[in-house]
Design a protein around this ligand. Structure first.
Ligand code: CMP
Length: 224
């Protein structure tokens, strides 16, 4: 897909606002290099919905739905993007089923992650949300590794506090408090505890985290 469309490639500087939420949209974009942040205004705050890396695409929804842009797109770094006009995009989808299939698969993945997000937001307390989010992220890491893990396997979740806060819809300081409590019970370790640089958490035993989640659910049900 990318080779045939090289003629649509354009370079953008870091910080370029490609489009804003609510604007009409006539183009879709495929990332060739760099990162593009997809942001959405939620009440007073702007949330990062996704970071589009090389090989990923965005801006297709306004074209497919004939609706205004559902989010804002900003180049996080300098980026090379394929900028494809709506009618060219539609012609590609009709002519090349493999492209259409790839797009459908990505949309299905986005829907799954939106469902996970809704699932988190429906949970009653900050504890539930953070624990469930760590569980989802740990399971995602297991799937990425493609290996079989037992419930006693330690998993590195390479995400920062802010990322987790935006997934669970809570302020960062509240998430930090919950994680500090989990850390006190050794249900979660900081990556730094294991000498690992950068953001991240370690779930030493996913099984124990699941037990704790069940405990929270029971507590919620029976008010113990
Ligand atoms: P569009 O609505 O044209 O412009 C904003 C784009 O952001 C949208 O198309 C999608 O490509 C992308 N987008 C919107 N919501 C999400 C989401 N939840 N996850 C990932 N990408 C999204």
């Amino acid at each position: 897909m990318v080779d045939a469309l090289e003629r649509f490639a354009r370079d953008f500087k870091a910080g370029t606002v490609l489009f804003e939420e609510g604007q009409p949209g006539d183009f879709m974009y495929v990332v060739q290099s760099g990162d593009v942040e997809i942001r959405r205004q939620v009440g007073e705050t702007e949330r990062v919905l996704a970071i589009m890396a090389p090989g990923e695409f965005f801006g297709e929804m306004a074209i497919l739905n004939s609706r205004p842009r559902s989010a804002t797109a900003v180049c996080k770094t300098a980026a090379k993007l394929l900028v494809i006009e709506g009618k060219t995009f539609e012609a590609m989808l009709r002519a090349r089923p493999e492209i259409a299939l790839r797009i459908i698969k990505s949309l299905a993945t986005r829907l799954e992650s939106a469902n996970q997000h809704v699932e988190l937001l429906l949970l009653p307390t900050a504890n539930h949300r953070v624990v469930q989010c760590l569980r989802q992220l740990a399971e995602e890491q297991m799937q990425l590794a493609g290996a079989h893990f037992s419930s006693g396997t330690a998993i590195l979740v390479p995400k920062g506090l802010e990322d987790i806060a935006s997934r669970v819809g809570l302020p960062t300081h509240e998430v930090a408090e919950v994680i500090e409590q989990l850390h006190g019970s050794r249900l979660v370790l900081y990556a730094a505890d294991a000498g690992i640089d950068g953001d991240g958490f370690i779930v030493p035993e996913v099984g124990r985290l699941l037990e704790f989640l069940e405990f929270l659910n029971l507590k919620d049900r029976f008010g113990a």
